[in-house]
Design a binder for this molecule. Structure first.
Ligand code: SF4
Length: 266
């Protein structure tokens, strides 16, 4: 009897680490299946970045949950918006589509957590899925990831100028400065995020970001930008030769008050 084929799967989030993992492995594992869980609420820069990855590496990306995006699941949750405490979005739009994609097949899931990170990614409890961590196994740290991206010609996604994580444009794990920049870079998306806030079905005031509505946050825009610039200057002074994107990431991580969504932001 012939042995059952083991599938190799790699989830792209539109972020730098999962992209670098695809660069590292696409020749080593030619039958790798790449997938992206599309919430239909991603940044335009993310879709553009995925196109860049496909073109450079010559790979196919499976876009999962193509028909059922965020609004479908929001309606099924009676209009209750997700939050760090009620993260139905990650389960319905990132984890379930992935598990359906793999089904009951034996599969190895490649995860882009780096050797210099102390965090766990989503581990499926499905017994047919085996997670592996090639960066950790090979001792690859952030500088190696940046090198892989640069050498491949793919580089960083364009949103790295102002935001350090992939995911939905209204993600509640976003930092205050990133909201201000969303308003500047994509006023239409910022307006949509306000609309979701104002039409929350719960009856209580819902805010994407802690302690204030998006309109209140935007009214404090100058203060938020000034604080951010101050923190950037401090970080540049401490590590003068660091690329801007890394300084931005470090400053944003310092002001972070919540754990990011690992299923969305790798
Ligand atoms: S990116 Fe944020 S909002 Fe989107 S599915 Fe992940 S946790 Fe939810």
């Amino acid at each position: 009897m012939s042995e059952k084929r083991v599938r190799h799967v790699l989830g792209l989030s539109g972020g730098k680490d999962s992209t670098a993992l695809a660069i590292l492995l696409h020749q080593e594992i030619p039958d790798m299946e790449y997938f992206f869980c599309d919430t239909h609420k991603e940044l335009p820069e993310t879709y553009e970045y995925l196109d860049r990855i496909k073109a450079r590496l010559g790979i196919k990306i499976n876009y999962l949950s193509e028909k059922r995006g965020f609004d479908h699941w929001l309606a099924l949750h009676d209009g209750l918006l997700p939050s760090p405490q009620m993260r139905w979005c990650t389960i319905k739009m990132k984890i379930k589509p992935f598990e359906e994609f793999v089904g009951n097949d034996e599969a190895i899931s490649y995860i882009g957590i780096r050797a210099d990170e102390n965090r766990d990614g989503y581990m499926s409890t499905k017994p047919n899925l085996k997670p592996v961590f090639p960066f950790k196994e090979r001792g690859l740290v952030k500088a190696d990831i940046i090198r892989l991206l640069e050498d491949s010609g793919i580089g960083l996604p364009d949103y790295y100028r102002w935001r350090s994580r992939s995911g939905c444009f209204f993600c509640f794990f976003q930092r205050k400065y990133e909201w201000v920049m969303l308003a500047q870079e994509h006023p239409d998306l910022f307006a949509q995020a306000i609309e979701y806030e104002q039409n929350h079905a719960d009856g209580r005031t819902y805010t994407w970001t802690q302690g204030e509505t998006l309109q209140e946050l935007l009214a404090r825009k100058d203060e938020i930008i000034a604080n951010h610039n101050k923190a950037m200057k401090k970080t540049e002074k401490a590590a003068p030769n660091r690329p801007l994107s890394e300084a931005l990431e470090s400053v944003l991580d310092d002001e972070d008050d919540g754990l990011p969504c690992l299923a969305c932001h790798l």
